[in-house]
Design a protein around this ligand. Sequence first.
Ligand code: ATP
Length: 140
Amino acid sequence: MAGNIMLEVVTPDKSVVSEEAQIVAAPGTHGEFGVLIGHTSFLTTLKVGMLRYKDKAGTERVVFVSGGFSEVLPNKVTVLAESADRRRDIDIERAQAALKRAEQRLAEARTREDIDSRRAQAALQRAIARVRIAGMRRAH
Ligand code: ATP
């Protein structure tokens, strides 16, 4: 079926994407899924990772998403993420600093009980994904 799909990516504090897309690929908890217009409706949780889409001009766009949910309807994909950043808005130095901090916390957590290693592990996953996305070439 021809036509574009509406893509909305929102977090508790901002709208990150609100535009038409030719195709959307998102990191579902059970694997990446791709959506074209006319897809069967479904609801899924998301992993920390990379959402990709082609805008209506055909340019590939990449967005960091940290968990949350996605609702797919035949003409619309909605992502409600805990946090999300377009590739071009990622501050790579901040992400690298977050990565280092999380690694230090995880190393310290081996000997200290006051450090929440699950929280540090989650921060590490976010930082790794942001660094990877920010370093991608030929993506927007
Ligand atoms: P940090 O420790 O650097 O805050 P974090 O993974 O804990 O990283 P989040 O809780 O995912 O950060 O996001 C908090 C807010 O900061 C969100 O609005 C998110 O868009 C923004 N943010 C976090 N890291 C970056 C980054 N590297 N570049 C741009 N914005 C960022």
